[in-house]
Design a protein around this ligand. Structure first.
Ligand code: ADP
Length: 503
């Protein structure tokens, strides 16, 4: 490919197992190769076959996209609400029309099975349809002033260019929430998808929004080769044209980003790792708790930031719960994500598989017992349940992204809360109990951003305030809250009479 070449219309329909031949950057309404002319091959996590050749962007490509977004800002920010609304409603209809094909692409590109694929498409449709109303929200409020004759208002305005950095795991949903809210509020966006999901987490959104009529430059996508995210991220951080960045990913990467953002005094929304507890009280319905825990730990093979990583069970129920849970987990079908019967598909790549293997083996060497799974079946890692895991095992610290969960008996749910609060992370948690009032009391003591009583932790809806506390991040996604993250409040006054000045 020639450097910086326009490559005409791109259509990523899944043909056989191939997602189009070349995925370019989407900049200023055009599909383009990289300024450097470089590209990389995106492979299927299940079959290993090449799905597409993808533009390998760097800071130069990011800067071109930022300029395009900046130039589009005034027009888009001034677009009337009905026009913006029409675009998001049309985008939802396009996604709905393409639903089956998108489910296929999620499976081949990210190993996402039918259940979680439907969750993602369902979320994205609601996101677009709810976002369509955002343009009609009140744009501020009138404030009383103690200065005679002054009328004051707080007026919300879009900030300008928003940089969005999204991961591969829930590629459609997480890229969607990173861009749709900011766009609907009148900002323009440059999206950097993960190298593992350049299509479903990037180019697909460009195709849909372009077909829906989003003006050129309003939304841009810059892809990059594995290991080269930093150049694109750094260009976003350094550009004075980029006013906000949102990031969804791991705590170590988010921390580095926040450190750099400090240098530029740039506001970032950070959605980071979780070490999410699921607490089962002794009075829980054990069948319900087992089903909830299996879903919460193993949906999308445990590659969701909200997945239950540790299950604490009050001692009187611990043996029965653990036996029934391990038995259920051992039967979860593992294999091809395109097969609707599959529950546990492949993990995203060989490094993820190797990390799971290493951490489980280390825990076992330190005395852990494997109650289900534990033997890799490349490219899958089976749903795995560990017990008696000592606190020094790596798997108890930070986040291990994959289908492994730790079960632990506790004397009381209060002890479980204390153990969960001892972690640095605070994303999501859940409590299952027959006594909802006790559940609410326990919930109020957990240091997390998201808590579900009598459910498992993997939930999301576009209107909810999604986000963590402590090392799980800052800020909230959620369309009702996006305005606080992706708008500026301006204080405006107007006087209806001249004022007297003291000198
Ligand atoms: P994971 O790959 O486990 O989801 P990461 O935090 O590594 O977690 O990745 C999340 C997103 O952050 C991806 O889009 C990735 O490409 C991006 N990323 C990784 N390193 C950097 C970096 N130095 N600057 C900006 N973005 C980065």
């Amino acid at each position: 490919m020639a450097p910086g070449e326009r490559i005409g219309h791109f259509s990523g329909h899944v043909i056989g197992h191939v997602i189009g031949h070349f995925i370019g950057h989407f900049i200023g309404g055009e599909w383009m190769t990289s300024e450097s002319g470089r590209s990389y091959r995106k492979r299927s996590p299940w079959s290993g076959e090449v799905l597409a050749e993808v533009a390998a962007g760097d800071g130069e490509d990011a800067r071109r996209a930022i300029v395009a977004a900046h130039e589009a800002f005034e027009g888009w920010a001034g677009a009337l609400p009905w026009r913006r609304q029409q675009i998001f409603l049309r985008a939802a209809d396009i996604l709905e029309r393409r639903r089956d094909e998108v489910l296929g692409a999620l499976a081949v590109e990210t190993g996402c099975g039918r259940v979680f694929g439907e969750v993602q498409v369902g979320f994205a449709l609601k996101l677009l349809r709810q976002a369509a109303q955002l343009g009609y929200r009140p744009a501020g409020e009138l404030l009383p002033s103690d200065v005679e004759g002054t009328r004051a208002a707080a007026v919300r305005r879009p900030v300008g260019v928003v940089g969005a950095i999204a991961p591969w795991n829930a590629s459609l949903t997480l890229a969607g929430r990173a861009v749709v809210g900011p766009l609907a509020l009148g900002n323009t966006v440059v999206l950097k998808p993960s190298e593992e999901s350049p299509y479903t987490g990037g180019a697909l959104w460009a195709e849909i929004l372009q077909e829906a009529g989003l003006p050129a430059g309003t939304f841009n996508v810059v892809t990059h080769a594995p290991g080269e995210a930093g150049a694109v991220g750094d260009a976003m951080l350094a550009s004075p044209l980029v006013k906000r960045i949102n990031f969804t990913g791991s705590t170590p990467t988010g921390r580095r980003l926040a450190e750099k953002a400090g240098t530029y005094l740039k506001r970032v929304v950070l959605q980071l790792s979780g070490q999410n507890p699921l607490i089962v009280a002794a009075d829980a319905d054990v069948g319900y708790a087992v089903d909830a825990a299996a879903y919460g730990a193993f949906v999308h093979q445990g590659q969701v930031c909200m997945c239950a990583r540790r299950i604490y069970v009050e001692r009187p129920l611990a043996e029965e719960f653990t036996t029934r849970f391990a038995a259920k987990v051992a039967t979860l079908p593992t294999g091809d994500p395109s097969d609707p019967a599959t529950v546990v598909g492949p993990v995203i790549n060989e490094w993820a598989l190797a990390l799971l293997e290493r951490r489980v083996n280390e825990a076992v060497e330190l005395g852990a017992r494997v109650l289900a799974g534990g033997v890799p079946a490349p490219p899958c890692y089976p749903a795995t349940v560990l017990a008696d895991v000592p606190d020094e095992a790596e798997i108890t610290q930070g986040e291990t992204f994959g289908p492994v969960v730790i079960v632990e008996a506790v004397d009381s749910a209060e002890e479980a809360v204390a153990r969960a609060n001892a972690s640095d992370l605070g994303l999501a948690a859940s409590i299952i109990t027959g006594d909802t009032r006790r559940g609410l009391r326990l919930a109020s003591t957990l240091e997390v951003g998201i808590i579900h009583v009598n459910d498992q932790p993997v939930n999301d809806e576009p209107q909810m305030p999604f986000g963590g506390v402590r090392d799980s991040g800052w800020g909230r996604f959620g369309l009702g809250f996006a305005a606080e993250e992706f708008c500026e409040l301006r204080w405006v006054t107007v006087r209806d009479q001249d004022r007297e000045f003291p000198f």
